[in-house]
Design a protein. Structure first.
Ligand SMILES: [Zn+2]
Ligand SMILES: [Zn+2]
Length: 213
């Protein structure tokens, strides 16, 4: 499993054999300089359903439209160098959830493979007409989990950010939020996520370990 925003694939729960033995420790933990805000309780995201109905989004040209029918498991703003290169920007914001809950309603997508931090394939799905990246599949979860680009949602403000990651490589003039946990690299989702959301992540990891995705 990877909890970065796009390219680093660094969550590193230690490979498939580790999953059964350490199901609750799949991340790197808190590092020096990390800020961990506790006591969050976002009603929209802690529920499996999305308050206000499904999320919708699409590409820049309008050909590709999609719908997300379940609340994200987690949402990261990733400042790793891979995400910076892939987006040409300071960082990326991705919401991760079960891929089966993301439906392409119109248009066609092309898949573009780049290397994740683990060395595995990170597959970026783009509108064939305009090239906008809509979501990605990462090596740790394969096609079981999708990392949807929050910027392509019709209303990105409906999604609450869980964490800012890889701040160690952020561009020096980029400001970090005061009220969102920030990490120099990645984090342990067992520590950060509410139990209901973490259990969804665990379920995907178990499916992946069994050969899914
Ligand atoms: Zn398009
Ligand atoms: Zn990244």
């Amino acid at each position: 499993m990877q909890l970065d925003g796009g390219g680093a694939d660094v969550l590193g729960f230690g490979g498939r054999r580790e999953i059964g033995r350490h199901p609750l420790h799949i991340g790197g933990g808190v590092r020096k300089g990390d800020r961990l805000a506790r006591g969050r309780g976002d009603a929209m995201q802690d529920a499996a359903e999305i308050a206000g109905g499904d999320l919708s989004g699409g590409c820049a040209c309008g050909a590709a439209r999609y719908r997300v029918s379940r609340a994200p498991i987690f949402v990261n703003n990733c400042h790793c160098r891979r995400c910076q290169v892939q987006t040409g920007s300071t960082s990326v914001v991705n919401m991760f959830l079960e891929a089966e809950c993301v439906d392409l309603l119109s248009g066609r997508l092309s898949e573009h493979v780049v290397k994740a931090g683990s060395g595995g394939d990170h597959i970026i799905c783009r509108c064939t007409a305009c090239g906008t990246a809509l979501w990605s599949y990462y090596p740790r979860l394969g096609r079981l989990g999708a990392g949807v680009r929050v910027g392509t949602l019709d209303d990105p403000a409906r999604v609450k950010l869980d964490a800012v990651i890889f701040t160690a490589s952020k561009m020096p003039w980029t400001a970090l939020p005061e009220d969102i946990p920030c990490f120099e690299a990645t984090y342990n989702p067992a520590e950060l996520l509410p139990p209901d959301r973490f259990s969804r992540l665990e379920a995907l990891i178990v499916q992946r370990a069994a050969g899914g995705g």
